[in-house]
Structure formats: structure tokens, C-alpha cells
Design a protein around this ligand. Structure first.
Ligand code: TRP
Length: 356
């Protein structure tokens, strides 16, 4: 029996993607897309938690994220890339699910708490800010996803999602109280209880060697950077000593010296890596310049096919056509779930067909 797992994951659109996105999530998605039914969400409504006054920026960011994801190798035939705001079932399920969660339970989510503290401007955050976490449960459950590849910070949202699914299945589908998570579907529950698939390489350090790579901090290497720009950015990395002697090694701790994290992550050849490390540690006739060249070449080799693929999507209309197709597939999948959920929860009266 062949059983294709359904996978849903997504990102809040922030604009152009960088090699930190590749390492942290996109690479894994490219690997998963041929084996599973994949849906990749652009969570543009979530962007309104902090940027409701920037609709034009958010709109364009959606297109940039999609273009770069396609450049990185997401195959639009294999995976559906789609827009959260254009899939009505997501908003409808959010409303229904919000009734199944105690308010205090929503507010206890540690990821949400952190965000409210950092980005919520004291107590002036919108009502919709905490609501986004309930929205995320709908994003996942609307697809009846089995697995959700995410970073560590998203795990509390997955826990909330699992609670919503269990509660819904028990309240409306007659799944017994003591049912095991893996039995919910076979016992008649509308929703499988989804699992978080937490990636190993979370955090790529930026070229400042201090912070996580991030567009807004200006420490990122983007897919749109030219080979020259990549060389220049790598060239500027500070490695501990500017004019050290060969016998005076710089910082080799990859957490503090981005050069060595990049060497680990982007250079494939194990013996080259070991050799460089060894010579650097011993101060054996190797300068930063040589390591930098190696790293810049490796990153450019990774980016080259991405640059090539990106050319086919330079026109916004091409990207929009991919998004339209992906969104239509997302609508099909979620309307099915929604009609099941409406039937058992007493909210369904008239069947409907949606199209875009
Ligand atoms: N909260 C996620 C982020 O900011 C984005 C997201 C929205 C998401 N809905 C999702 C991730 C559903 C996984 C599944 O990165």
C-alpha cells in the first residue's frame, strides 16, 4: 500500500530569501517535495500582525518569496505554493477553532509571549496578533496535514494545533476521550493529529558573525546577489584578527566565526574541510583569504543554478501564475476539509464550489 503523507508548512513573507532560509528550511522542502504531497503557504495575513500599515510591501514580499523559492528549486508541479489570504477555508476554520480554545490557553504560548514582548509595543498589540496562532492551527488542519516541517520556535504552535484537532475530533466526531493520537482518523475524526518535523540546522550566522542571518539586519547573502557581491560580502567577514601572523590563528569556533560555519555547511568535500581547519588551527601558512575564496566559491556554486532558474521568473506575471495554480490546489484541498468540518459541527447548510 502506498500512502503519500501530506505536508504543510509556511512562512510569513519578509521579502527576498537568503542562504539562511536555504539551510534552515528550503533545502529540506526541496527534498520532501517529490515524495510527499506538499503545500507551501505564504502566510501573508500573519504579516499584518506587525505590518498592517504596509499593505503594498506585504503584497510585493509575497511575490519575492515565491520567486526566490522557485529559484531555490521548489517545483511548482510537485508542490503547491499558495497565498493564505486567498484560501477562504483558512479564515473560516480560524473562527470555528477559536471557540474551542480557552483564551488563557492561547495567551500561554511561549513563542507568542516572546513576540508580543518584542514586537507588540507593550500592550498595544492588535486583537489579531494572538489570533494568528489560532490561524496557524487552521492553516495546518485545513490540509489534514500529517507532518509539519518547522523550526524549533514553531513547536508551541504545533502543540496548540494538536490540541485543537483532538478537541474537535472528540467534540464533533465521537472520537473517544482516551483515543491515541495515531488512531483519531481511523476512529472517525476529521483531523489527523499532526507531528512537528523539527529541522536540525536551525540557525545560520550572518556575515557579521554575531546574529542569525536576517534580511533586516543587513547581514545576509541573498539568492539575488551576484557572484561578485557574494565574494565581496565574504571578503568583509571579520574573523578575529585583521593582520594576524600565520602562527596566530583567528577564531575558529563556527558559532563565532561565520567563515567556519559556512565552510561546514557549504563546502561538500570532507577532506578539504578537514585540511583547511587543521592548517588554520595550526597557523600553517593559510590566511583568511584562502578560506574566504573557498567559501565564496562554494556559495556561488550553490547559487549558480538558482540564479539560472530565477531568470525564468523575472516577470511577476510568471510568479503570479504559479501562485494562482498553487492557490487553486490549496482551495480544492481545504474546501473538502471544510465541508467535512462544517457538517459535523452543525455549521454547514449548503454545499458550495469555489474557483479562482
Ligand atoms: N508562523 C510561521 C512563521 O512565521 C508561518 C506559518 C503560518 C506557518 N502558518 C503556518 C508555519 C503553518 C507552519 C505551518 O514562520
Amino acid at each position: 500500500m502506498s500512502f503519500r503523507q501530506r505536508i504543510l508548512t509556511g512562512d510569513t513573507p519578509t521579502g527576498n530569501l537568503h542562504i539562511g532560509h536555504w539551510v534552515g528550511s528550503v533545502k529540506r522542502r526541496v527534498e520532501l517535495q517529490s515524495e510527499h504531497d506538499c503545500f507551501f503557504l505564504i502566510a501573508n495575513l500573519h504579516a499584518y500582525t506587525t505590518r498592517a500599515d504596509k499593505p503594498g510591501d506585504i503584497h510585493q514580499d509575497c511575490i519575492e518569496v515565491a520567486r526566490d523559492a522557485l529559484a531555490m528549486g521548489i517545483d511548482p508541479d510537485a508542490a503547491a505554493i499558495f497565498l493564505q489570504s486567498e484560501v477562504p477555508a483558512l479564515a473560516e476554520l480560524t473562527y470555528l477553532f477559536s471557540m474551542l480554545l480557552p483564551f488563557n490557553r492561547v495567551m500561554r504560548n511561549p513563542t507568542l509571549k516572546d513576540e508580543l514582548q518584542v514586537k507588540g509595543q507593550a500592550d498595544n498589540y492588535s486583537f489579531g496578533f494572538p489570533l494568528y496562532t489560532v490561524g496557524q492551527t487552521a492553516d495546518i488542519l485545513a490540509f489534514r496535514a500529517h507532518s509539519v516541517p518547522v523550526g524549533e520556535d514553531q513547536v508551541p504552535h504545533l502543540e496548540l494545533t494538536r490540541e485543537v484537532a483532538r478537541r474537535f475530533n472528540k467534540m464533533y466526531c465521537g472520537v473517544p476521550d482516551k483515543a491515541l493520537d495515531e488512531d483519531h482518523e481511523s476512529l472517525g475524526g476529521v483531523f489527523p493529529i499532526p507531528l512537528a518535523d523539527v529541522g536540525k540546522v536551525g540557525r545560520l550566522v550572518g556575515i557579521d558573525g554575531q546574529n542569525k542571518m536576517s534580511k533586516s539586519l543587513g547581514n545576509a547573502i541573498h539568492v539575488i546577489d551576484s557572484p561578485k557581491q557574494v565574494k565581496k560580502k565574504i571578503g568583509k567577514i571579520y574573523t578575529g584578527q585583521d593582520s594576524r601572523q600565520p602562527t596566530d590563528p583567528g577564531i575558529i569556533d563556527p558559532e563565532r566565526n561565520p567563515l567556519f560555519q559556512y565552510l561546514d555547511v557549504f563546502v561538500d568535500d570532507e577532506s578539504t574541510k578537514a585540511d583547511v581547519r587543521d592548517r588554520y588551527e595550526r597557523g600553517d601558512n593559510i590566511g583568511d583569504g584562502e578560506v574566504k575564496m573557498l567559501v565564496a566559491d562554494a556559495i556561488n556554486a550553490l547559487l549558480d543554478p538558482m540564479r539560472e532558474r530565477r531568470l525564468a521568473y523575472e516577470d511577476d506575471a510568471k510568479v503570479l501564475s504559479v501562485l494562482r495554480d498553487g492557490t487553486a490546489r490549496a482551495i480544492d484541498a481545504t474546501e473538502q476539509t471544510l465541508s467535512m468540518a462544517k457538517e459535523v459541527s452543525g455549521t454547514g447548510f449548503f454545499p458550495r464550489t469555489l474557483s479562482i
